[in-house]
Ligand binder design. Structure first.
Ligand code: SAM
Length: 360
């Protein structure tokens, strides 16, 4: 250990990133990171077969739990300090009982008595009809994944005809229902949809949505048939490239982060119209500020997208553990959260599940 690293806290020493001192005692890992953000996958079925995510051949691989089981798990996490719950999948809008789950989760309060921040990530295909019911059930915000603003390119990515019109209608319905500001997530692949960067900037300005470009991570289903895409670092369109393309389109202004744990760098344009976020886990990892934990559709806890191991919360529940025992179990797991991911490093190992089966 160098003289300099002796002065760092364990997280700074592990990632090289500076950290703020923890504010209060809550669900906390061995590096001092407060875990406040829970992502729950409610199914690993999906009605899209996006080329960078899925092979196009494989379907769902894991079980779904009863809605009451997700609810019990979410309650446990919230009682331990979770402040934000994001429902995801697979495609969460395919899940029967979703509105009931949202209604119940929206009633929960954080340990400090504040309303829970309840969000949802969806491909938007079924959102036009569900946006208002979701809002009425208590959903706060929605993030829609949309990887092109050109209808033909979009259908080539999702492998579903006329999908663009459906998703656009979903985004507009979500905005109208008050689920905004709607975030629109776009994963860029070099030579495939990176021609869309400027068009997405226009889309943000025109539709009043926050467009977020996300660097592609090695989380795709393994593809032996060549139809899906195998991750390479060269295919990742990086934050620096996106920023310089946007600057050439129109001068950019960087916006301050909402919180230290915010994953996106935020920008607007010189006239203040439009907002762009860039999430750069590959070129600018933010593990030192990670506040996340995940529950898979079959009730396994994952402490990192790239975890090699999972923890069977559902199994513990089935064996009759009390809430007290389950809380202690969760705390023990959080304590062992990985320091960081190893994308692009020689020792990188693909995680035990791909994105669609973890819950993005
Ligand atoms: N079906 C929902 C949707 O499309 O938003 C929720 C699940 S999807 C797996 C969640 C997000 O993960 C999407 O925005 C998708 O683009 C993103 N995603 C999938 N594979 C990814 C990868 N390898 N790297 C980065 N993001 C990925």
């Amino acid at each position: 250990m160098s003289a300099g690293s002796a002065l760092l806290n364990p997280m700074e020493a592990a990632t090289g990133e500076p950290r703020e001192a923890p504010l209060r005692d809550s669900l906390r890992d061995s590096y001092g990171r407060a875990i406040t953000d829970l992502r729950v996958s409610v199914t690993d079925r999906c009605n899209y077969r996006c080329v960078y995510c899925r092979t196009g051949n494989d379907g769902a691989q894991y079980a779904e739990l009863a809605i009451a089981d997700y609810l019990r798990m979410i309650r446990l996490f919230v009682s331990l300090g979770i402040e934000k719950v994001r429902l995801t999948g697979g495609e969460p809008l395919l899940r029967a009982g979703l509105l009931d789950l949202v209604r119940e989760v929206a009633q929960l309060r954080t340990v400090s008595g504040a309303p829970l921040d309840v969000a949802l990530t969806t491909n938007g295909h079924l959102l036009a009809d569900l946006a208002q019911p979701l809002k009425d059930a208590g959903l706060c915000r929605v993030t829609v994944s949309m990887d092109a603003v050109d209808a033909e390119t979009f259908a080539a990515i999702t492998r579903v005809p006329r999908s663009f019109e459906r998703v656009l209608a979903g985004i507009r319905a979500a905005t109208a229902a008050g689920l905004g500001p709607v975030k629109v997530n776009c994963v860029l692949l070099r030579g495939f949809n990176d021609s869309q960067i400027e068009a997405f900037a226009e889309f943000s300005r025109r539709e009043g949505v926050i467009v977020r470009f996300i660097e592609w991570m090695p989380l795709e289903e393994p593809s032996a048939d060549g139809i899906g895409r195998n991750w390479t670092r060269e295919a990742v369109v990086t934050l620096d490239e996106i920023v310089s393309r946007l600057q050439a389109y129109r001068p950019l202004l960087e916006l301050p982060p909402h919180a230290a744990s915010e994953t996106a760098r935020r920008y607007t344009f010189d006239d203040g119209v439009g907002e762009i976020g860039i999430v750069a886990p590959v070129s600018r990892p933010f593990c030192g500020h990670c506040s996340r934990i995940r529950l898979t559709s079959d009730g396994k806890i994952r402490t990192c997208l790239f975890s090699q191991t999972e923890h069977d919360l559902q199994g513990k529940m089935l064996r009759g553990s009390s809430d007290l025992e389950l809380r202690a179990y969760i705390k023990g797991i959080v304590d062992k959260k990985e320091a960081r991911h190893h994308i692009g490093e020689p020792d990188f190992q693909k995680p035990s599940r791909s994105m669609v089966h973890i819950g993005g």
